[in-house]
Each structure stands twice: as structure tokens, then as C-alpha cells.
Design a protein around this ligand. Structure first.
Ligand code: AMP
Ligand code: MN
Ligand code: MN
Length: 340
């Protein structure tokens, strides 16, 4: 048996044996975080299991479409007692720190508690009792399909898991092993999944407020290193002025990636006063995940993030300076490789 087959067997055994499941995912959940959690929740429900999805904040409106028949149960942190569940499954989160309010409780669990960690991040700390980490998978949602097989799916889980794959691959444009991502997605499209609707829900700017906010961010477009580094920012006053929700800027960074010549793209977003969430994207073989880890964050080669406390101007200055240096090192390594 290969390692992958062993993992799949162990995971299948757990979901067969246990009855009450708690599913958790990372802070500021994205389309893969919630797609994988909701998709797995529908699979478990189909198996007549009890399942709750634990969140730190309420479900973002953008992702309400994943709760297709409104039968999924979401509970906020304060209302969850971890010891009530037979198994806890953590999706798309590389470390307990990514679980925000659940971090300390997860860290203090005894080794007798069944804690499954399903993830595709390279910096995963293997904090579960069963760790299924596949860095060759483009999303956690894809992993659920591969681990449980196409036969586990129904129309609801197919919608959610397809959405997770579409999210993390930027609609099949990037990500590792894109062939595998397509192969998993095709299992979902056997069902009547409306791929156009999924795309629009995930990536379209559908509200006037979001468009105005995007226009504000664009008005602050900056380029450095002759266009190789591109960045923009929003401050908390912008949110107040437009009466925008904290998640209104979801996906803004992905629109900058299209700029010709842009190699590294950054979006500095002051969602809370003096807490700056930085989203990074890379168009080259420069790992923004490794770069973000120098600032306490993480992610993948092409997409990463971190949270920095401080004043916007100072944070931007510090990060762009560090990025210039890292790019210089990257260039030198590439030159050396070319010569060698
Ligand atoms: P985002 O820019 O929020 O879409 O995040 C892009 C990628 O970076 C995701 O795959 C996340 O897993 C990762 N990421 C975002 N923020 C953080 C953070 N504060 N710490 C570690 N990883 C992060
Ligand atoms: Mn994610
Ligand atoms: Mn993911």
C-alpha cells in the first residue's frame, strides 16, 4: 500500500466509525476553506452522520451559496465544546495558529482525541493525530474527492468541492499539478453543477460597494522595480466611508495579477485598525509563501498572505524593501543557474 492509499484507508475508517464530527478551517475562510468544509459536511450528512462546521465569525455572505439547501449547521466558536465530538477534521489550515480562536483548544487536546488534518500547504506542521498533507494537490477540496472517491459525492458536495477547486486554482489558471485538479473537478461536473454561477459567486464584484472600494484601491496603484512589483492598499477609513463589510475586498489582489509585466503583486488591506492583512501573488517561480513566512505568514509559491500590526505606510515600506532584496537574491540565483 502506498502512503496515499494508507491515508485514504485511515480517513475512510474514521468517517465510517465515528458519529459526531466537527469541521474547522482557517481564519478569514476562503473558497477552498469553506468549499472543502461544506463539501465534506454534505458527504458526512449523506452517510447519516452528525456534523457541525465551527467558525470564528459568521459565514461570509459571499459563501452562503455553499449551504445550498440551508441544511448545514454552522456554529460560532463560543458555542462549541470540542470534547463533544468523536472526531475533529481541520481543512486547508497549516498550523493551529491559522485556526484563530480555536488555536489554544486544539493545541491542548490530548493524543486520544481524533484530530484529522487535511491540507495542501508546504508549511504544514502536522498537528493532527492523522495528517494528510499533499503539496501536489491544488486545493483541500480536491483532496476530499481523491481521498473519498467520486462515489461519495452528491450534487451538494459536488458544488462545494468544485467551488473549492475553482477558487484555489483561480479557475484552472494556476496551482500545482493542474491536470490532477481538472481530473478531480470532472467528478463534480457529472452532477448539474453550474460552473458559471460558481465562478461568479467566487470572483465577481457583484455589489456597488465592492466596485467603489476596488476603484479606491486602484487609485492607489503603485509600481516598483520597473513594474515587477505592483501593489495597492485600503485603509480602515475606506471601509467606513463606503460602509463596506470586512470581506468586501475578497479577490481584489487577483485582479492585479493580470497586469502585464507584474511579477509580484501585493494588496495591503487594513481590515481592522492597525492590523494589515497582506495578500501576495507571484507570476514567477519566486515563492511568496516563503517570503510571507519571514513576516509570520505563509501560503504557497504563487499565493500567500500574512498579518502585520502597524501603520500602513511603514508596513508597505518595510515589506517592499524586503521584497526588493529577496527578488535581487532570486535574480542572482537564476543568473548563476543560467551560467552553471
Ligand atoms: P489570500 O491572500 O488571503 O487569498 O491567501 C492566499 C494564500 O495564503 C492562502 O492559501 C492562505 O493559505 C495563505 N495565507 C493567507 N494569510 C495567511 C497567514 N496570515 N498565515 C499563513 N498563510 C496565509
Ligand atoms: Mn485557504
Ligand atoms: Mn487551499
Amino acid at each position: 500500500m502506498t502512503e496515499t492509499q494508507k491515508h485514504a484507508a485511515a480517513f475512510r475508517q474514521i468517517i465510517k466509525d465515528k458519529k459526531q464530527f466537527l469541521l474547522l478551517t482557517h481564519l478569514d475562510p476562503d473558497g477552498d476553506a469553506l468549499g472543502s468544509a461544506c463539501g465534506l459536511a454534505y458527504i458526512l450528512k449523506k452517510m447519516k452522520k452528525q456534523v457541525v462546521i465551527g467558525l470564528c465569525e459568521s459565514l461570509p455572505v459571499r459563501y452562503e451559496f455553499l449551504n445550498r439547501d440551508e441544511s448545514l449547521r454552522f456554529l460560532q466558536h463560543e458555542r462549541i465544546n470540542l470534547s463533544k465530538y468523536d472526531a475533529i477534521i481541520v481543512l486547508d489550515a497549516s498550523t493551529p495558529a491559522r485556526l484563530d480562536k480555536f488555536e489554544n483548544q486544539i493545541k491542548s487536546l490530548g493524543s486520544e482525541v481524533c484530530l484529522v488534518n487535511i491540507d495542501h500547504h508546504g508549511d504544514n506542521s502536522r498537528f493532527g493525530t492523522l495528517n494528510i498533507v499533499d503539496t501536489d494537490s491544488a486545493s483541500a477540496s480536491q483532496m476530499i474527492i481523491e481521498l473519498l472517491g467520486a462515489r461519495a459525492l452528491d450534487v451538494n458536495s459536488a458544488w462545494c468541492l468544485y467551488a473549492g477547486i475553482v477558487h484555489d486554482t483561480g479557475s484552472f489558471r494556476h496551482g500545482v499539478n493542474i491536470k490532477r485538479a481538472h481530473e478531480a473537478a470532472i467528478h463534480c461536473l457529472v452532477f448539474p453543477v453550474d460552473s458559471k454561477q460558481v465562478y461568479n459567486r467566487l470572483f465577481s464584484l457583484e455589489t456597488e460597494v465592492a466596485l467603489r472600494l476596488f476603484s479606491r484601491a486602484l487609485s492607489r496603484l503603485n509600481v516598483a522595480e520597473r513594474g515587477r512589483i505592483v501593489y495597492m492598499y485600503l485603509v480602515d477609513e475606506d471601509y467606513r466611508e463606503f460602509k463596506a463589510e470586512p470581506d468586501a475586498a475578497t479577490g481584489f489582489v487577483n485582479r492585479l495579477v493580470m497586469l502585464e509585466g507584474a511579477e509580484i503583486v501585493l494588496f495591503f488591506n487594513e481590515a481592522e485598525s492597525n492590523i494589515i492583512k497582506v495578500s501576495l501573488r507571484s507570476n514567477i517561480e519566486f515563492s511568496v509563501g516563503d517570503f510571507a513566512s519571514m513576516f509570520g505568514g505563509g501560503g504557497h509559491v504563487r499565493a500567500a498572505g500574512c498579518r502585520i500590526e502597524g501603520i500602513m505606510e511603514k508596513v508597505i515600506e518595510r515589506m517592499v524593501k524586503a521584497l526588493r532584496l529577496s527578488l535581487e537574491i532570486h535574480d542572482r540565483r537564476n543568473e548563476a543557474k543560467g551560467q552553471g
